[in-house]
Design a protein around this ligand. Structure first.
Ligand SMILES: Cc1ncc(COP(=O)(O)O)c(C=O)c1O
Length: 355
């Protein structure tokens, strides 16, 4: 694969990352976090690349967030020593891996049930207690205790375990629900105080409404992931413009079976079939009127009916994915460039680390 000069000479499909935009995105969000008095703890599931996590730390992040143990292990081995794992860890094998990780770095995990807490409590020891936060469902309707009272009871249960240390509350809210998070955390903080429990961290997150984070005045940590690359969903959310999207998938037109149809060499195995509420499969940068109407594993079918100018067979065109994080997990490598000039190829080191 040609690896110098313009990234347009790369063999496709290839994931291109513009480092100028990455650096700009990191700087913009870190500045906001600093001004809002929030500690940034970026979620690395978006890029899965230690070098990029180190950029985020160098900009001022206090640590990183990972979703899975095997993912966190990659970043710990790369020298990152403060990791929050936002997942309920269940099962002997995972608990053993968690213990090994805990011996290596400053590790914090979350729990939303006594089941999770019991597993953690029997795995760790009072000599080196594990830091545990209570995960709260503030409207996201995924994991999390349902009420401030339940949050307090679980915090008390954690605090009673000699091998664990209760350190705070964590939530992954729906975008634009800062007031819900504020109310849930405030009420829980009051109950924790009554129970005599100290709550060091109030952690919330998400990129779509990140620039409203200061509305959750009680929060002191913020976990954003997608903002480093941005994607079509974040353009729709008003977080950024297409020019702020660092990831493009470079593809080649391999067929023009009809006047209005083009077929690209990137299907669901490169673009993902993640719609995220869209009805098509990505934004075609070079032909904005083109619509990716369907994917098979290795082909994208593009409707060119609305295009005045149409691509030829062999032409390379760039796609901004609906959801950038899932694309990262599909690729062994990304091609880093600066404004189109190839710079280096990076391994997506934690790609496939999903347990
Ligand atoms: C627990 C948790 N925190 C933070 C994030 C970051 O969200 P975003 O990628 O919208 O910034 C995610 C995303 O999946 C998450 O699951």
């Amino acid at each position: 694969m040609a690896q110098q000069g313009s990234v347009f000479s790369l063999t496709t499909p290839a994931v291109l990352i513009d480092e100028i935009i990455v650096d700009k995105n990191i700087a913009r969000v870190q500045k906001y976090m600093d001004e809002a008095g929030l500690k940034a703890r970026p979620h690395i599931k978006t890029h899965k690349i230690p070098e990029f996590a180190k950029k985020q730390l160098a900009a001022g992040a206090v640590g990183i967030t990972c979703q899975k143990i095997s993912e966190a292990q990659v970043f710990a081995d790369a020298g990152i020593n403060d990791i929050l794992l936002t997942f309920n860890i269940i099962g002997e094998e995972k608990l053993e891996a968690l213990k090994a990780l805990h011996n290596q770095i400053t590790l914090t995990v979350v729990a939303d049930s006594t089941h999770t807490v019991d597993g953690l409590a029997k795995t760790f020891s009072a000599e080196r207690p594990l830091r545990v936060m209570v995960e709260c469902d503030t409207g996201g309707q995924r994991c999390g205790v349902q009420t401030p009272r339940e949050a307090t009871e679980l915090a008390q249960y954690i605090a009673e375990q000699p091998s664990l240390k209760f350190v705070g509350l964590m939530t992954y809210p729906m975008p634009n629900t800062e007031d819900n998070v504020e109310a849930f955390f405030e009420q829980t903080a009051g109950l924790l105080k009554q129970a005599g429990l100290e709550c060091e961290i109030f952690s919330t997150g998400g990129s779509p409404s990140l620039f409203s984070a200061e509305r959750t005045t009680i929060a002191n940590e913020y976990r954003a992931g997608t903002y480093i690359y941005n994607d079509r969903s974040l353009v729709r959310a008003g977080h950024c413009g297409f020019d702020d999207c660092a990831m493009h998938i470079l593809t080649t037109v391999v067929s023009r079976p009809t006047e209005s149809r083009a077929v690209l060499d990137a299907g669901s195995k490169a673009l993902t079939s993640d719609l995220l509420g869209f009805t098509d499969f990505g934004y075609v940068v070079d032909y904005p009127e083109a619509v990716i109407t369907g994917l098979s594993e290795e082909h994208a079918v593009v409707d060119l009916s609305a295009c005045t100018k149409k691509p030829e067979i062999g032409e390379k065109i760039r796609i901004i994915p609906n959801h950038t994080c899932v694309v990262s997990n599909l690729m062994d490598n990304i091609y880093v460039h600066k404004g189109g000039e190839f710079d280096r190829k990076l391994d997506v080191a934690a790609r496939g680390k999903v347990w």
